[in-house]
Ligand binder design. Structure first.
Ligand SMILES: Cc1cc2nc3c(=O)[nH]c(=O)nc-3n(C[C@H](O)[C@H](O)[C@H](O)COP(=O)(O)OP(=O)(O)OC[C@H]3O[C@@H](n4cnc5c(N)ncnc54)[C@H](O)[C@@H]3O)c2cc1C
Length: 567
């Protein structure tokens, strides 16, 4: 029997514990807004100098997994708490996790294939935190940015009705775009949204599909939104959680009665986001200023530049030990010593004051004694085939832009290989290749393969990708280089009830792991690289102060929203 879904606990100031320790120990009756100037002031003096960071630092911390989350957690923790001994454990012989940028030599110069993430967005709170990390790592000169005015930033397409539909990138473009099949019925849907009935009070969550269909109608939901969710989550909007993935819009409906009213009304943001934006915004000002006109960015050597540099930096720290080739196969909490033992790490010192796990939720759950937290098992990943192709001739796609996404409403005969989307890499980052040509990436599978009896091989993947490009773009030439990578369970799916499950997991882990197992990574607060960096930073900051935590506090306690323009 499933446990009852827990309600959020009342806000007690300390729910933003990972953002600022100034909230600790205060009584809940103090108006939170009155604390902001003091907290900001404390933080501006320097995050690393924050007095609360040095209260009770742990002696030893193990960080599980050396993808971007684990590396960031190790890097940040070594700065927040220089006296802590940190052990970073990774099963694979290399670090970086899903981030992998391969330099392929060819007769006319090398090209770079990304098998995982390829671009970052600078203009979100989590994006600013990543840029702060980039500055710390002195990677500013390695940045390749795509200006907001370039075709790769402006032109995004949806494959619908057997052709690429260009999405509007300006007000002027909207009128033209409204005639496209993919945006059929968009105007009345948007204009009448404000008059639609809001959901019942007791509905805490529903699928993205159900929410958007209620608010905007079935056409926009199935033809446009489903494509966007294919692009980010490789997931099916019928299963994904509206509360988790469209949190602000979902809240706007509850608080203001409609999405439109929320947008037209007072712009609000979460208190902790506001604090972090203020602190990291000012600390990263020179780089932010330089990237003022940037839409997305990567690095000259590809995205792996970030994790490689971070690995170098943590290896230089004398208090950090990096162990690759170590497969962790269990975690046990010792109630007497309040330490967590890491099984599979063959060392006399395999018990730690804290463990930060950056594995996917279901992997972490499988390491714990039975029944520790069943809620963590319920998040699952989807499998994606990433196929990189390079053609000798430039401009082979016939379009100039970021690429196109394919909605779930496209009939099977128009998308028989279940492609999710195609990225025009050479339009966005031509500087990453020494030779001219057309470089594209085809993403296949995702939720379409959820119940598949068999998953195609990588050889099949290349053939399927070529057929997608022939059918959708008319490309019949043979590519000069190809590479397919089957990425099993690579993107966690935040199903309906995600927040409730994380709340339950918080309770379970506080109870059974003593608040010494801390979670970070793509299974919780966002799957993007920026989200992973943020979760690593929060975990490191919390652990540095030595207080029991799970890093799931933001789902366990009530949220505080404040006006965006509050000074
Ligand atoms: C194809 C693809 C494209 C993407 N594109 C983008 C993009 O363009 N922009 C963006 O922002 N995000 C993108 N993402 C999302 C982003 O790349 C991931 O969310 C992020 O890299 C996850 O990093 P992580 O460190 O949390 O996890 P991982 O990269 O999975 O790292 C976890 C590490 O733990 C190790 N590990 C697992 N189990 C064990 C064990 N038992 N013992 C020891 N070690 C273990 C693994 O080997 C791995 O190295 C993309 C993801 C994919 C898959």
């Amino acid at each position: 029997m499933k446990p009852p879904i827990l309600r959020r606990k009342p806000f007690r100031l300390h729910h933003v514990q990972n953002v600022t320790r100034s909230f600790w120990g205060r009584k809940g009756d103090e108006p939170v807004e009155s604390l902001i100037p003091q907290i900001s002031e404390e933080w501006h003096r320097g995050v690393e100098q924050h007095p609360d960071l040095h209260r009770d630092p742990p002696k030893s911390v193990a960080i599980l997994g050396a993808g971007v989350t684990g590396l960031t957690a190790a890097y940040q923790l070594s700065h927040f708490s220089p006296e802590t001994s940190i052990t970073l454990l990774e099963a694979s012989p290399r670090t970086g996790g899903w981030i992998r940028s391969l330099k392929i030599p060819t007769s006319k110069g090398s090209i770079t294939f990304e098998t995982g993430p390829r671009t970052l967005r600078p203009w979100t709170v989590n994006g600013i935190i990543t840029l702060n990390l980039v500055s710390h790592l002195s990677l500013q000169s390695q940045i390749l940015s795509v200006p907001k005015s370039s075709p790769a930033a402006k032109n995004r397409y949806i494959y619908f009705d057997k052709r690429l539909n260009e999405l509007p990138s300006s007000i002027q473009g909207v009128l033209k775009a409204l005639q496209l099949p993919v945006l059929k019925g968009a105007i009345p849907s948007v204009l009448t949204e404000i008059f639609r009935r809001k959901r019942a009070k007791d509905v805490e969550d529903e699928s993205v599909e159900s929410f958007l269909t209620r608010r905007l109608g079935a056409n926009l939901t199935n033809n446009l939104a489903s494509a966007v969710f294919h692009g980010v989550y490789a997931g099916d909007i019928a299963n994904l959680s509206a509360d988790a993935l469209l949190h602000t819009l979902y809240r706007n409906e509850r608080v203001y009665g409609s999405i439109t009213r929320g947008i037209l009304g007072v712009q609000e943001m979460l208190l902790e986001e506001k604090l972090l934006e203020g602190v990291y915004g000012s600390r990263t000002a020179p780089l932010l200023n330089r990237l003022k006109t940037t839409s997305i960015y990567s690095f000259k050597g590809g995205m792996e530049t970030l994790t490689k540099r971070m690995e170098e930096a943590v290896r230089e720290e004398c208090d950090v030990t990096v162990k690759t080739g170590v497969k962790v196969d269990g975690l046990r909490y010792n109630h007497e010593t309040s330490e967590v033992e890491v099984l599979g790490y063959d060392s006399p010192h395999n018990s730690f004051d804290f463990v930060i796990s950056t594995f996917p939720a279901w992997s972490t759950a499988s390491l714990l004694p039975p029944e520790t937290s069943n809620a963590l098992f319920e998040t699952r990943g989807v499998t994606v085939m990433v196929v990189n192709l390079f053609y000798d001739k430039p401009n082979m796609t016939g379009y100039s832009g970021f690429g196109y996404l394919i909605p779930k409403s496209v009939p099977l005969e128009q998308n028989p290989h279940r492609a999710l989307g195609v990225i025009f890499d050479s339009d966005a980052m031509p500087e990453q290749d020494e030779r001219q040509g057309t470089k594209v990436t085809v993403m296949l599978g995702g939720h379409w393969w959820d119940n598949a009896i068999s998953i195609p091989s990588e050889d099949d993947g290349v053939r399927m990708a070529k057929e997608v490009l022939r059918q959708h773009l008319g490309i019949t030439e043979e590519p000069v280089e190809t590479m397919a990578s089957l990425q099993a369970d690579c993107i966690p799916q935040y199903g309906v009830g995600h927040a409730g499950r994380l709340r339950q997991a918080h309770e379970d882990l506080m109870d059974k792991m003593g608040g010494k197992l801390v979670l970070a990574g793509s299974s919780y607060g966002g799957v993007g690289l920026n989200d992973c960096v943020r979760s690593a930073r929060d975990a490191a900051f919390g652990v540095a102060a030595g207080r029991p935590m799970t890093n799931l506090e933001r789902w366990a306690f009530e949220e505080v929203w404040i006006p965006k323009d509050m000074p």
